[in-house]
Design a protein around this ligand. Structure first.
Ligand SMILES: Cc1ncc(COP(=O)(O)O)c(C=O)c1O
Length: 445
């Protein structure tokens, strides 16, 4: 096919493509991006965009990173893919071992899948089957926290029902117990009372149903999709310990928080709790290829060992442990574990804190919050900070239009504006982002 003009690409797109999370009837034409370099994305005419959301939270070290691209190219010339049942390969074995070494003790058995949602399905299915394998048929319920989002497949939607995204499919979902999460922000003086109330509610729930619950599923430290809602590590440590004491398996969904987003390489390290299942995706391959992992403990793995095939975990995907994804993940992991990357993440956090301190004076801004490289604020709505938000809020479209003008790729979540940039972002680029946010907020008045 000859080289297409941007207008031709858009025409083909409009005729044939169905975009995710988009109402095509009212959406503006999509932006055509031709290439990426570092934090920047470029349209065919050279117009630059700063990717301040890491392209749906996947990119860690910048677009077009040469080291990751080279690792993928070398792997593609050696072995692009092979069935992963009763066959293995170096990149998968090495990645599993390297992650086991980097994770809290106990998390050492790796199951591969394709995306965040499948990583969650794997954890939920394995947790349920583990109890079945052990003859504990009374454990049938799952527990989640208010505002959690875990993906768009049926189990993940059921666990994330309180995120409010799934009203079109309520008939498909199975019931999940949802408890309050004591979210907090800079200057929140009610946090201790909220945490005490949430722990008391958890105690009560566990006293009533603890022996019926399969697993609890939690986005540690930051709930992404429901608006970068943050909670304190200490609360989660206590909650997770209570769950474990009640025999409830703990699933940490680190699909978004993993690989340095929250400051430490994994949020579970900050929480000081090693879950029974850890779900990783997004940043796993540095944002190059779709892949996901559900990592668990020897105790969980051993519950599936038996002479009978029925007790095995009979689940898998065609592209399981794709060698290209593994090669990308190994290259990205080297970068993520480096001292330079840790310093980049600390610098981003410092910059976020200073920028938010200035913005917090604006009358429409409330609940400023930072966790590592993630910063967010809530726009005060006439009916309160929780009012009228939601993914479909018209406010989001207004803000996005302003960000578009400034060449900033930012996607507000309802009345929440957040930044979650690749770690290679410079101070100057961060400043451009924060100034653009200031301009967009002031234009709302
Ligand atoms: C915390 C969390 N879990 C799971 C998912 C689902 O991941 P995916 O979109 O790759 O299926 C997401 C996606 O945003 C997420 O943020």
């Amino acid at each position: 096919m000859s080289r297409l003009s941007p207008a031709e690409i858009i025409a083909l797109d409009r005729a044939h493509v169905w975009h995710p999370f988009t109402q095509a009837q009212t959406a503006p034409d999509p932006v055509v991006i031709e290439r990426g370099a570092g934090v920047s994305l470029f349209e065919p005419d050279g117009r630059e965009w700063l990717d301040l959301v890491s392209s749906w939270w996947v990119n860690l070290h910048g677009h077009g990173h040469a080291g990751i691209a080279d690792a993928i190219a070398a792997q593609a010339r050696t072995l692009e893919h092979v069935i992963f049942a009763q066959i293995t390969h170096r990149p998968a074995a090495e990645l599993s071992a390297r992650l086991a070494a980097a994770l809290p003790a106990g998390l050492e058995r790796v199951f591969f899948s394709d995306n965040g949602s499948t990583a969650i399905e794997v954890a939920m299915k394995a947790a349920l089957q583990l109890h079945r394998n052990q003859g504990q048929n009374q454990r049938r319920r799952f527990l989640a926290f208010d505002g959690g989002y875990h993906g768009d497949t049926v189990g993940a939607m059921s666990a994330g029902v309180s995120s409010g995204f799934f009203n079109a499919w309520t008939e498909m979902l199975f019931p999940v117990d949802v408890l309050d999460l004591p979210t907090t922000w800079i200057g929140d003086d009610a946090v201790e009372a909220k945490e005490a109330a949430a722990l008391a509610a958890l105690d009560q729930h566990l006293a009533a149903y603890g022996d019926q619950i399969v697993a609890a599923i939690i986005e540690p430290l930051v709930q992404g999709a429901s608006g970068m809602r943050m909670h304190r590590a200490g609360f989660l440590t206590q909650a997770a310990e209570r769950l474990r004491a009640a025999g409830v398996l703990v699933i940490f969904d680190e699909v978004m928080t993993g690989f340095g987003r929250t400051g430490a390489v994994f949020a579970c390290q900050e929480v000081g709790f090693s879950p029974d299942f850890l779900c990783l995706s997004k940043g796993l391959t540095g944002g190059f290829l779709p892949m996901a992992l559900t990592i668990t403990t020897p105790a969980v793995y051993e519950a599936f060992l038996d002479p009978s095939v029925e007790k095995a975990f009979l689940h898998g995907h065609s592209y399981t442990a794709n060698p290209l994804g593994c090669a990308a993940a190994l290259a990205s992991l080297d970068l993520t574990l480096s001292a330079d990357c840790a310093a980049q993440r600390q610098r981003i956090e410092r910059h976020h804190r200073a920028a938010l301190a200035e913005l917090a004076d604006l009358p429409m801004v409330c609940r400023p919050r930072v966790q590592g490289t993630i910063a967010a604020l809530t726009i005060r709505m006439p009916d309160g900070p929780n009012g009228k938000g939601g993914y479909a809020s018209p406010l989001g479209a207004q803000l996005t239009a302003s960000f578009r003008q400034d060449g900033l790729l930012l996607r507000p979540l309802g009345n929440v504006v957040y930044m979650l940039p690749p770690y290679c972002i410079s101070d100057e680029q961060l400043e451009r982002g924060w100034q653009g946010i200031r301009r967009a907020l002031l234009a709302l008045r």
